[in-house]
Design a protein around this ligand. Sequence first.
Ligand SMILES: *Cc1c(COP(=O)(O)O)cnc(C)c1O
Length: 390
Amino acid sequence: MSSLIPTYARKDISFVKGHGAWLWDDNNDKYLDALSGIAVCGLGHAHQGLADTIARQAASLLHTSNLYRIPQQEQLGDKLCAITDMDKVFFANSGAEANEAAIKLARLHGHANKISSPAIIVFNNSFHGRTMATLSATGNAAAHQGYDPLVPGFIHAPYDDLHAVEQLCQQHPNISAIFAEPVQGEGGIRVPSANFIPGLRALCDQYNLLLMLDEVQSGNARTGQWFAFQHSAITPDVLTTAKGLGNGMPIGACLVKHKARELFAPGAHGSTFGGNPLACAVALEVLNRIEQDALLPHVQQLGDYLLTQFQQALSGHSLVKEVRGLGLMIGIELKQPCPQLVDQALAKKLLLNVTAGSVIRLLPPLIINQDQADRIITTVCDCIDELEHE
Ligand SMILES: *Cc1c(COP(=O)(O)O)cnc(C)c1O
């Protein structure tokens, strides 16, 4: 490990195999995965259908470049547009790259409307990635530390505060887009009021702005709809996704509609690897499996179950501030920082994560069953009790 630049404070544990929601480490100890590689492996680990797709595609063709047509990319594009009601898609390799495409679209939209220095409204506690532009968009001062000068053109607003956003729209004639997560992930599983995203849509219509939604984490059935914006009746102009789309195969996507539909012309953007046959074949299989296995209602049901069980078990608990979530994106906010909870859970053979300092974040695979959900509930509650008696 000493040859690795220590950008991550890694746990001293490595996994060698998986099956469904289970992982085994190199001592053959078995763990229940309530993190899914950070909302990536929605279909679980070592999925046979995906393994077959990978083997089949690898045996015929991995990469040809975007200088030629790629049927797998066109099929995946059709599928993504069908399930989102978006019009067109650009494929990248990660969430940050999908968001870079969105940020470029916001600049193009501004310039098309004679704004010489367009700006994007972004939100406090947001996370959009680690490239310079997506880092600059991210609403977290700690992530910015040491990276000045940041990319200009981002105006940070409080999340879930339509009034504040409207005031910014009135004050700044150079705004060209609003960029938001419909549920904030890294920021602590913050679910906004039901009128927040529709309210942003209305402001974007009123001020001729692009509504750009970052569903890198909340997309691909994670919240019980294909995409979290579908819990409301609106459609965005730009939609980005990545994480769960490839179940571990790196892929990102930036979808467009409405005012954003015709902004990219040939030569305006690109990627060598983006949308290659292997990544697209796998992502298409992921979406087909989510559909065939009826995972949207399953996620709704298990998500509701986990949320209500946690709320019951933890109501009035002296350490617990709030239990919240949407589908299988669940956060338990404690009244104190709780980084040690990750190790407590690890000792009980459960993988989870703590984000924003004091929020226990649960992102189990979409395929978890009732027994596994019960095990997550019991273990997490035990960990919180332990913390209380420390
Ligand atoms: C993880 C994440 C990203 C960044 O994705 P990468 O694939 O790590 O570049 C961007 N936005 C959101 C909401 C995310 O959760």
